[in-house]
Design a protein around this ligand. Sequence first.
Ligand code: ADP
Ligand code: TRP
Length: 346
Amino acid sequence: MSQKTILTGLQANSTFHIGNYVGAILPMINAQKNLGADDMFLMFVPDLHSFTLPINHANFYQQILDNVKIYLAAGINPGLSNTLLYRQSFVPAHSELAWILSCFSYMGEMGRMTQYKDKSEKHDNISVGLFTYPILMAADILLYGAQYIPLGDDQKQHIEIARDIAIRMNNKFELQAPNGLFTLPKPWKEQLDFMGVSEGIRIRSLSNPEKKMSKSTIDPKGTILLSDTPQDAAKKIMSAQTDTIGEIHWDWENQPGVTNLLQLYYLFGIETREEAINYWTGKTRYGDLKKEVADKIETFLIDMQAKTRVIQDKEVETILINGELQANLISKKTLNRVQKVLGLRR
Ligand code: ADP
Ligand code: TRP
């Protein structure tokens, strides 16, 4: 098997919710378990991405540390070889490459990003940063030659654009991977295969299952934060919106609320998706399904919160500083290569 680089980051604008956990953190934990000796495993905090929409800067530094505590409490092992945890803003090559990539990216392609369209509709005074967000994300990925980027379904277009930009620049400078300018991130289908799923993971809001659960939207009843008390979380599940069909089926089209609960049931349990679907299909008591999901999530939160509480800020900072030292070395190499082909360096 050839060497793999696996990388992801979760925007640090607020506390995480269970969608962030199953969409991005859980696939990373699984990936780390299967890591080969030559593979690289990179998990970072995209802290510069966080101001693309307004945030509370007063507690931002602590927020970042708290987010990394979640990575660790969830089971990411910072001590494994070839594993780095770092903050984007501590590795200046990210911003430098982002500027360069922005000069090889088009207004039209950025304007087509659905996340940009969604978020810009919901807010006034949209920043240029929100528009160019995918370019910084492409830099995050291309600097390390990451092929696999575990992410939720909402980020599909961003992976594709990173791949498009890399292909465009490899072609322009007539340099192809592996010895060329950029290693290409794998296409979306291969990303799904890597995560072991047949469709991208998208947890829906409990109060409005047409929409995804999101920390960027104010929807306290629909969102289970990892910091919610286990009792509150259970209550939110028990009052999740379902439908009047009266029978459980895996059917996103007609029963998104019920299907969302089924999805949570297997993601937070030990059964596979197929086993969960087989067991619940045709049953009529939505309350039973809710109760089972509520119990699983309650247990999960109790455990996660206990593990998070005992991790100290200092411990996290030490891990990050060590990761940043190495991330700077790796990313500088890629940046140098790019600077050379651009004619900025000899
Ligand atoms: P949010 O919409 O909550 O602000 P982010 O854009 O910060 O989420 O996403 C952080 C990570 O969590 C990304 O990998 C994203 O794909 C994943 N993610 C976000 N929401 C969900 C969801 N509802 N279901 C699955 N994954 C999600
Ligand atoms: N866009 C991701 C999110 O919304 C965060 C992110 C930034 C990211 N750069 C990345 C994820 C690079 C994976 C790879 O959470």
